[in-house]
Write a protein that binds this ligand. Structure first.
Ligand code: PMP
Length: 375
């Protein structure tokens, strides 16, 4: 059987074997980390060890890490806390930010998909003063790295707190929460090779602990519900490996460059998004105007290659990609976008296989179109 190729790490990364082993091990025992008996104590140790490695990944003190079910929960937790006040969110945030506060004002981005700092300052100046600014560290579609330090400096100047969704940044770039100057940072384990359904909200030093779930004293009453000990243990192991593998992740850059070069050589009208700004090494979002991304995606899937036509959370709906819309891409460009995202286990030959399949499919589509026009 033909080898299946996975190039959709931004949707979810494969679980690292060491993380999977940690999950399996933890599940062998009944670990309620709040119980005082030996089983409980072992569970507590797994949780606290993981807290230390997750904290280390983002340069924060362990006591500031609150485990939860993932970045969707983390984002909702922070944004809900500020409901009723003025909130500014970048136009390219993940739906778990945009849809949890639909009335929030949108900070526009440049054509390259970078948050517009001048526009942000104008919004910050307006009265009443915003309570919170939410800008992601790395965009999940384009991979563009946002100027969070500048966002935080500006926001502080006008008295606003800052939330940063770092789900797509962890394991791809070094993160130092205090250097970034943010008050709330959200993470997801499955983007770094941990299990799905676990993540963390990391608090800065503003002294506010946004809380969504009540009804238990877990996580110092900041997040009620029996801890997902096995998931948290897997998250901890993945965080340790992700921190260790940061230099290795950067080695994806030449692979991405050759992918984009070959695409542009083969198809002259290919548009690579955010190509002129700093991006994480393993993400490429490009459009092939004239072909619907769904068609390309399905044809690639039949060839055994898994990529994405935008956020996995919104695929299945035929809504144009909100990130490309915010970048003022035309309808044609937005509806033909494909995302290749690589990670710790991506091999050079996967990209070669992708290019081969892509060229074959595009040729088939263009030949069909030619026949139709000649008919
Ligand atoms: N934020 C960003 C930027 C993401 O890419 C994702 C995952 N698609 C999320 C939040 C949601 O994370 P989770 O799956 O852990 O809820």
């Amino acid at each position: 059987m033909k080898e299946r190729i996975y190039l959709d790490y931004n949707a979810t990364a494969p679980i690292r074997p060491e993380a999977a082993a940690a999950v399996a091990r933890a599940m062998e025992q009944p670990h309620n980390a709040s119980s005082v008996h030996r089983f409980g104590q072992e569970g507590r140790k797994l949780v606290e060890d993981a807290r230390a490695t997750v904290a280390h990944l983002v340069g924060a003190p362990p006591a500031q890490v609150i485990f939860n079910s993932g970045a969707t929960e983390g984002n909702n937790t922070v944004l809900h806390h500020f409901k009723g006040e003025r909130i500014l969110v970048s136009a390219i945030e993940h739906p778990s930010v945009l849809e949890s506060v639909p009335d929030a004002e949108r900070i526009p981005v440049t054509k390259d998909g970078i948050v517009d700092l001048d526009a942000l300052e104008e919004l910050l100046k307006a009265e009443p003063k915003p309570a919170l600014v939410s800008v992601m560290l790395v965009n999940n579609e384009t991979g563009a790295i946002q100027p969070i330090r500048d966002v935080a400096d500006l926001s502080k100047k006008y008295g606003a707190l800052v939330h940063c969704d770092a789900a797509q940044a962890a394991g791809k770039i070094a993160i130092d929460m205090s250097a970034l100057g943010v008050d709330f940072l959200t993470l997801s384990a499955h983007k770094i090779g941990g299990p799905q359904g676990v993540g963390a909200l990391v608090l800065g030093l503003c002294g506010i602990t946004p809380t969504l779930l009540q009804g238990g004293g877990q996580e110092k009453s900041a997040r009620a519900g029996t801890e997902n000990v096995a998931g948290i243990a897997g998250f901890g192991v993945a965080a340790k490996l992700a921190a260790h593998d940061l230099p290795r992740y950067q080695q994806l850059e030449p692979l991405r460059s050759s992918l984009e070069l070959e695409l542009c050589k083969a198809q002259q009208d290919v548009v690579v998004h955010s190509q002129n700004v700093e991006r994480v090494a393993g993400t490429s979002l490009f459009s092939f105007p004239g072909a619907a991304s769904e068609t390309l995606l399905m044809a690639l899937d039949l060839e055994g290659i898994a990529i994405s036509n935008g956020s996995a959370c919104s695929s299945g709906t035929v809504k144009p990609n909100h990130v490309l819309k915010a970048m003022r891409a035309s309808e044609d460009i937005a509806s033909s976008a494909l995302r290749v995202s690589m990670g710790w286990d991506t091999k050079e030959r996967y990209i070669e296989e992708f290019l081969k399949a892509f060229e074959k499919i595009v040729k088939r589509i263009t030949d069909k179109e030619k026949k139709a026009t000649n008919a």
